[in-house]
Design a protein around this ligand. Structure first.
Ligand code: ZN
Length: 147
């Protein structure tokens, strides 16, 4: 089970691409793993070095890593990188092939203590939340949403 803090939900919703010409936004998800649940409690938001357009968002790798390290250190290793988020200018967002590739690559390349990552896509009306596990032949598994 995965949950988002109210603060994170508010932040994510504030980037919905409701304005004409508004660029995609995105960043990483950070949070804690408890015995019975996972809480996304921090996200990064667009900043220097990120590239974006109406239909793409590419985050700056170094800046994201800096936030991952900071969160990890200041929480004694409890707050960790849990995945990626970005917006889509469509009401009911669906992952693109680029989105699928990003999660697959992150699972393969990053040295993590967990074997899964979340992908969150914020549409203009709904949000898409999915998890993907490491390994061959795995793909995104869409999760039901309550908030
Ligand atoms: Zn996308």
């Amino acid at each position: 089970m995965v949950e988002f803090t109210d603060e994170v939900v508010e932040k994510l919703n504030s980037y919905r691409q409701v304005k004409k010409g508004q660029h995609e936004a995105g960043g990483i998800l950070l949070g804690r793993i408890y015995d019975d649940r996972i809480t996304i409690q921090q996200i990064t938001t667009p900043g220097p070095g990120d590239k974006s357009g109406r239909y793409f968002f590419e985050r700056n790798v170094k800046r994201a890593q800096w936030f991952v390290d900071l969160a990890w250190r200041s929480s004694n290793g409890e707050v960790i990188y849990l995945g990626e988020w970005h917006t889509h200018p469509e009401p009911v967002p669906k992952p693109s092939s680029v989105d699928r590739k990003l999660i697959t690559n992150m699972l393969r390349d990053s040295k993590m203590s967990i074997n899964f990552l979340f992908l969150v896509i914020i549409g203009t009306e709904e949000k898409y939340v999915a998890v993907q596990f490491a390994g061959n032949d795995t793909s995104l598994i869409k999760l039901d949403q309550r908030n």
